[in-house]
Ligand binder design. Structure first.
Ligand code: ZN
Length: 255
């Protein structure tokens, strides 16, 4: 807590006045343009690496950047992620939902370990909320990853996108540079697109091309951020060489 208190003192000296000015600028009626789901990992600082500011985006963080599929939604057993989707895309006019995974994800490492254990054993799951969270909401990612293994990592994986008629074809790490768990993390990030699109309350906007779902992947080892390009069918690094092309791709697919 000492570190937190000293951090707050520094904030008061440096950023507080500027932030209050920004609050006034958005007139206490912020209109965020994006809803950003990412992992709770302490190395992930989305506001910093996207250079976003007061009022720019909603951020939701959890272990493994998961968004539960709508089939798990029951009145009294919901989780915060669907509520955030509703708040952002129904009560606010967010047009871009972004899921951002990352390398060396501890939740993905555990998910990969769970395949070796009796993860379906209810008694085991009740011992650990984290295992239960992953068993309930990340098994679909693991199943997709297993499809990739069976295909020898050469065939593309197919994910449903915004509507059942729109599909994403994805080659995961075609140069075979990533570890097994980092490959799984990329699969998991794309799987969340399918999960987000499963909510009925988003259907109209998704069908009308008024709401778009994107995947980013942050490489902890290099600090580089990768965008899943539907045109390239893989994650591509966002850099000076291709940023304009990616902006063009996004405006072509999602205008
Ligand atoms: Zn993580």
């Amino acid at each position: 807590m000492d570190r937190i208190f000293r951090g707050i003192m520094k904030y008061r000296r440096t950023n507080r006045v500027k932030m209050v000015e920004q609050f006034i600028q958005v007139k206490n009626r912020p209109e965020p343009k994006a809803l950003f789901f990412t992992c709770m990992d302490s190395r992930m600082l989305p506001a910093r690496f996207t250079d976003s500011n007061v009022g720019d985006m909603f951020i939701v963080r959890n272990a493994g950047n998961l968004v539960p599929h709508s089939r798990h939604f029951q009145d009294e057993y919901t989780s915060c992620e669907p509520a955030a989707l509703e708040l952002g895309c129904v009560h606010n006019d967010v047009r871009h939902v972004i899921v951002c995974g990352h390398s060396d994800c501890k939740a993905m490492n555990l998910l990969h370990l769970l395949r070796e254990t009796e993860y379906s054993n209810i008694a085991n799951r009740r011992m650990s909320p984290l295992r239960s969270w992953l068993c309930s909401h990340a098994m679909s990612s693991l199943e997709k990853y297993q499809q990739l293994e069976v295909a020898g990592f050469h065939a593309p994986l197919i994910f449903q996108a915004e509507t059942p008629l729109r599909r994403i074809s994805a080659y995961i790490d075609p140069d075979d540079k990533l570890s097994v768990t980092d490959k799984l993390s990329q699969v998991n990030t794309l799987q969340q697109i399918q999960n987000i699109a499963s909510y009925d309350f988003l259907k109209k906007r998704l069908e009308a091309y008024d709401l778009h779902i994107h995947a980013l992947w942050f490489d902890i080892y290099t600090g580089e951020i990768h965008y899943f390009s539907r045109q390239n069918k893989q994650f591509v690094e966002i850099n000076e060489k291709n940023v304009n092309r990616l902006v063009e791709e996004v405006s072509k697919y999602y205008c």
